[in-house]
Write a protein that binds this ligand. Sequence first.
Ligand SMILES: Cc1cc2nc3c(=O)[nH]c(=O)nc-3n(C[C@H](O)[C@H](O)[C@H](O)COP(=O)(O)OP(=O)(O)OC[C@H]3O[C@@H](n4cnc5c(N)ncnc54)[C@H](O)[C@@H]3O)c2cc1C
Ligand SMILES: *[C@@H]1O[C@H](CO)[C@@H](O)[C@H](O)[C@H]1NC(C)=O
Ligand SMILES: *[C@@H]1O[C@H](CO)[C@@H](O)[C@H](O)[C@H]1NC(C)=O
Ligand SMILES: *[C@@H]1O[C@H](CO)[C@@H](O)[C@H](O)[C@H]1NC(C)=O
Length: 590
Amino acid sequence: MRVLTLLQVLPLSLALAGNSGPSGHHGPSCKASPDGDDWPSPSQWAALSKSVDGRLFVPTPPGAVCHPGERSYDPERCVVVQSEWIAWGFHEQDAVSTAINNFNNDTCLPEPDYPCSPGGYPRLVVNATQVEHVKRAVEFAKKHSLRLNIKATGHDFLGRSNAPNSLSIWTHHMKGMEFHDSFKPKGCRTSIDTTAISAEAGSQMYELYTALDARGQTLVGGGGKTVGIGGYVTGGGHSILSGKHGLAADNVLEVEMVTPEGKFLIANECQNEDLFWAVRGGGGSTFGVLTSITMHTFPTPTMPNLIFAAILPLGDPQLVDLWAYGLSHLPHLVSSGVYGYMYLLPAFPLPGSVGDETTDTVVSGFYFTGLMPGQPDVSTFDTVMAPLMAEMNTKFESLTLASYTVMYDNFLDWYNLNHDQSTTGEDMYLGSRLFDEKSLTADEDALREMLEKVVAPYPSGSLAHFIGGEGVWNAEPRGGSNAVLPAWRNIVSHQTVNAKFPPLNVTAEQEARRIIETRVSYLRELTPDTGSYVNEAYVYEPDFQHAFWGNNYDRLLAIKRRIDPLDVLWCHPCVGNERWEEVGGKLCKV
Ligand SMILES: Cc1cc2nc3c(=O)[nH]c(=O)nc-3n(C[C@H](O)[C@H](O)[C@H](O)COP(=O)(O)OP(=O)(O)OC[C@H]3O[C@@H](n4cnc5c(N)ncnc54)[C@H](O)[C@@H]3O)c2cc1C
Ligand SMILES: *[C@@H]1O[C@H](CO)[C@@H](O)[C@H](O)[C@H]1NC(C)=O
Ligand SMILES: *[C@@H]1O[C@H](CO)[C@@H](O)[C@H](O)[C@H]1NC(C)=O
Ligand SMILES: *[C@@H]1O[C@H](CO)[C@@H](O)[C@H](O)[C@H]1NC(C)=O
């Protein structure tokens, strides 16, 4: 029955393509492609389908509903898809959708005037709900030398959860959580005296926060409600709570995973220690498919919140000086226990909430939202901010300062109103650089010069996540260390820039690349000793190996070569990807 169902849904071209026997014997120079004779035969696909309980299917690009002539064409549904396209949550619910269009090569946007083909998306998807499904899919990809993809939410800013002509493992429906009052890593003799949560691979931030809140707890998690635990934790994972509790990767107690050989194993401080080290910061879809992650949890903190704006009239000559002032005082903020997000903007509408009636006035300057997790009330902000405000008022002639405070009793109360509300569904590149105290304070002229070049010319400005602090600097990851960029241990702030561009316009895309490359190069000049945050970085970051992992790279590469000698898992920019390159829609040996 299941076999027939699969064959019925396979498009004719696919069902007819390729009918070679088992292909273990060839040493392919490219991963199998649907139009080659190394592509598995229909009966081989049917066998895979059977082994995964019929959960294999040929995906339809989500934008196809807008294209007359496509099988899924549905003008009513198209209107819905068009309006939901900007929501991260839309792309998370689709088996293959990527939140950022250029990572499917704009191949089927929800606009009838653009072309639509499945070319930029995986060919087949396993809708996994169990470890066994993941194992079977990995084994099949290995045996047939298929390009293998792992998608949880498709949120990735570097496109690492999509691959053309691949078999994709969709982990979104691997839900399930277990709560622990203390946790004994399997194979260890003693328990770790902490509360903890074990969450399956499809778990997302808001699910984790709400489930833990019901127990009076929370964890180190991300700003977006739909961000998935797999990509977030494997990249390191920063949080508004990191300044106190470290990175997400610092909070992991154990992982369960399927290796690129298709073997299920448990990694923690007592077994598979190398893998345990590598998956905590070494990146997603590289060392295996994580099926469950166990993390330290802690009592939910009080969240005193300060919203603060430093405003100058448009065109004020002191704007760059004001930004420099803001950035150079981030070390003061984080060492006082204030963590948050600072927006540096050449022009922004004066926020109505700041307490002014003239809400449509456009101004310039910076604003931030700052938290002091665990403090009993908002009065502590006065102590931290008063000297700064006095100094700013004397330094900047036309300055307006505006601020207000709100007290939240717990993390979830704050998060419900203040989670990341950004939109997506566009073509975009991101750039990242990490700033330590020295780079923010040692050379004021250099800081100003950077701001002139990196922030002033661009309406989207720059975002400084000031999430470093004691928790990150003095983190004690289980087993002694993990694979996050060592520079994180001195970091005050993670600064991002972005460039958006219209789809299917090569000139505009190249312009966006040049803009990000230029801006990141100036950020890099000021921070030669740090690096970039892998999960929010530029996909074509030069020497990404060292920008993302510093001198952890050699050990990561050695582990990758040992666990995945055949490069069953490959992505860009990921550890150990040097032996293959993308040629059009194919992945071939260098
Ligand atoms: C709105 C928003 C807010 C964000 N806020 C933060 C933040 O506060 N802090 C922060 O650090 N980052 C933040 N991020 C960035 C986030 O960490 C990355 O987008 C991350 O890639 C998301 O992981 P994912 O699993 O949801 O995404 P996906 O795109 O599905 O996957 C990302 C990568 O992880 C791999 N992967 C996913 N699951 C697994 C698994 N089970 N096993 C192995 N590999 C896997 C994928 O193959 C891919 O390589 C935010 C992103 C968004 C969109
Ligand atoms: C994937 O599996 C889930 C859980 O069984 C199911 O609800 C969903 O409809 C499936 N999606 C697709 C596209 O097969
Ligand atoms: C493509 O982008 C370039 C650069 O932004 C722009 O000048 C050009 O008009 C665009 N082309 C089309 C067809 O929109
Ligand atoms: C992306 O699409 C363009 C056509 O718009 C094509 O020339 C190019 O080869 C595609 N890239 C990949 C990686 O498939």
